[in-house]
Structures are given as C-alpha cells and as structure tokens.
Design a protein around this ligand. Structure first.
Ligand SMILES: *[C@@H]1O[C@H](CO)[C@@H](O)[C@H](O)[C@H]1NC(C)=O
Length: 350
C-alpha cells in the first residue's frame, strides 16, 4: 500500500517557480571530473524553460552499486569533490569519518547555500535564525519527517542521517532536512499481437515494460519522478508526475483529459508495490539538507488501463516510451536498482 501519506494539511499546490532558471540542470558543467557522478536524480519542478546547458552530467548512470540509495552503503555522491552548480569544493570526508559518531574535532566543512536558494523562492526555506521550523514533523504544510526515522538536530540545524558531506548549509536544496521526491514506476507485460505474454529467450520469464522518459537536461532515460509539493500527499505526487511527464496531461483537450484522468486514477488507486523509501545519495546533499524518495510500482496487469493511453512527453521530458525491463538497459543507477526489485516482485525477466 502507498500509505506514506503524510498528515493532510492541504495548503494547495505551490508550484515551484523556476527562479533557478535551470540551475539544478547545469550541475556537472563546472569542471567535475568524469569519474564523479554529480547529477541530481530529481530536477526541481520547473514551470517551463529548462535550459539544457551541459551533457557532461550524463556519465553517471553506469556506475557501480555504490551509488544505490541503500541505507546500508556509505554515501558517495554526497561527497563528490565539487559541489554541483558552484565553484565550491567540499571538505574531503574519508569513509571512516562519514558517520557522525566518529569523533572529528577538526571537522570544518564549507558553508554553502546557493544564491538562488537564499533569494527564498517559494520552494525554499529561510535561513535558520530568522526561521526555526519544527523538525521531524509536518510543520506549516511542509513535511519535515525523514523516511528513515528521527534525524538529529544540532544547533537548530538538522543533521544528515547518512553522515558528513563536507558542506554545511543547504547548497542547492530548498529545505533544511529532508527534501522529498517520488518515483512512479508504471509497468505492463510485453505481449504479442494476440495479447499473449512474450517470454524472454534466455530467462524464459515474461518481460515487463515500464514507462521511461528521456530527460531533456542530460538526455538520459529515467523514471518520471519529481519533487513532492508542500502539503501534497506522496500518492498524488506519483500520479501527478506520471501524468505531467509521460502523458503530458497539462496540454491535452478536456474530453481526452477526462479519460486519461479516469484510467490514471484507477491505476494509482490500486495498491502499488513500494519499491524503495528512504535516503537518496544525491550530489546536492549537504550536512543539513538531503534528498529522500519513495518509489512505487503501479502495474497494469491486464494491459487495458494506462497501457492503452498514448504516451506524450511533458515539459521535463524529451521523449517518453515503454521500455523492456532488463538489466542491460542503461539507466540511472538507483533507478536500475528499483527496476530489479520490481522484476523480482513480479517474477519477470531481469
Ligand atoms: C552560512 O552561510 C549563510 C548564507 O550563505 C549565512 O547566512 C550563515 O550565517 C552562514 N553560517 C555560518 C555558520 O557561517
């Protein structure tokens, strides 16, 4: 079930106006070495123009399991030497000093909050001091609870639950503490002309297909995820992101929209399979602000629900299509991990 549903405190959906003007999308253009994967997993919600300035951020998706958003692994991207979208160099944090419990009295991280965040756009908090939110709760419509339990707050500032990053402040992230995203994984079975499931020639298992978007910012295929708006239930974010990015529901004619809406509603009301819920090792993370996500699989078993809707790319997506779920498909590392779990759960080919 998708009962991650935070307390309802509906203050209306606040659109994240993109004062950032593509800022999160340029993150790897500033001299980050190719070996370091410094691309954000989730672009902030953009109302329109996404200026695609760099493609160098796309090296990332092939890296090892170390980039998986697992609570068991040390965060790596969160320590990438060059902070994205800036000239800031993180203080290097060795593996054995990541955990806060390891004493490090000389630890003196760089303080960095991006100027675009300091301007206080609608998606960003104010500086601590003038502002003191209630952490670990839903406060004024903003969900400040962490998916992995209570996080520590020190001197009024939340501490990254996965440890040191070499940067304090919020960097490019709007919220102190957790910044929530959601990843809808919509699947169907691959069938032949007669509607029979196609089995993979090697594994002999049926093949799943999922809806993938090709991101405009870096040209990589990804799950159509996005940021959770303040006051928005995660289940709604999942549905909204999918509708906007994969069906371009914002631009279709009203009659068509009703039909799309009905099918989408039905699918997203079905009990989804929660694939992941927790911390994301994201290059924008700091000691005081970090990404978290919920990935949920919604499966069209009979193939007559969303499977029949024409896919159409929305604002953040260049293309959208059904892609075979297969371990060889190059995808953002954590997304690939999510799909593997989906394939296992559905006893499908991987
Ligand atoms: C960190 O930077 C922010 C803004 O860039 C500033 O308001 C704050 O006082 C700084 N904090 C410290 C501890 O230097």
């Amino acid at each position: 079930m998708v009962h991650l549903l935070l307390r309802r405190n509906w203050i209306g959906r606040i659109r994240l106006a993109l004062t950032l003007a593509g800022l999160p999308f340029t993150v790897c253009s500033s001299g980050v070495g190719p070996a370091i994967s410094c691309t954000p997993s989730y672009p902030f919600r953009a109302t329109k123009t996404i200026t695609s300035t760099s493609t160098s951020c796309c090296k990332l998706y092939t890296t090892s399991v170390r980039t998986m958003p697992s609570s068991a692994t040390l965060h790596v991207k969160s320590r990438c030497p060059q902070y994205p979208g800036s000239k800031i160099k993180r203080l290097p944090v060795p593996d054995d000093k990541v955990d806060w419990s390891q004493k490090w009295p000389q630890y003196n991280p760089v303080n960095h909050t991006d100027p675009a965040v300091l301007k206080k756009p609608v998606w960003a908090d104010a500086e601590i001091g003038v502002f003191s939110p209630k952490f670990n709760t839903v406060d004024a419509g903003v969900d400040r609870t962490g998916f992995e339990g209570t996080y520590k707050v020190e001197n009024g500032k939340p501490l990254n639950p996965h440890g040191r990053t070499g940067v304090t402040g919020r960097g490019l992230l709007g919220r102190w503490g957790p910044n929530h995203a959601a990843d809808p994984i919509v699947t169907r079975w691959k069938v032949d002309a007669k509607g029979a499931k196609i089995l993979h020639s090697v594994s002999k298992r049926p093949i799943l297909q999922f809806v993938a978007i090709k991101r405009k910012d870096c040209g990589e295929w990804a799950i159509p995820g996005g940021m959770v708006d303040p006051g928005e239930q995660v289940s709604l974010t999942l549905q909204r992101e999918f509708s906007e990015e994969a069906l371009n529901s914002l631009s279709v004619v009203p009659a068509e929209r009703a039909k799309i809406h009905e099918r989408i509603n039905k699918l997203f009301k079905s009990p989804g399979f929660q694939v992941y819920k927790g911390y994301v090792d994201d290059p924008r993370n700091t000691d005081n602000a970090w990404m978290e996500t919920v990935a949920v699989n919604f499966h069209d078993e009979s193939g007559n629900s969303v499977s029949e809707l024409p896919l159409q790319a929305g604002d953040d997506a260049g293309q959208v299509k059904w892609v075979d779920v297969d371990s060889s498909f190059a995808l953002y590392a954590s997304h690939s991990h999510f799909l593997e779990l989906v394939a296992k759960e559905r006893k499908a080919h991987w």
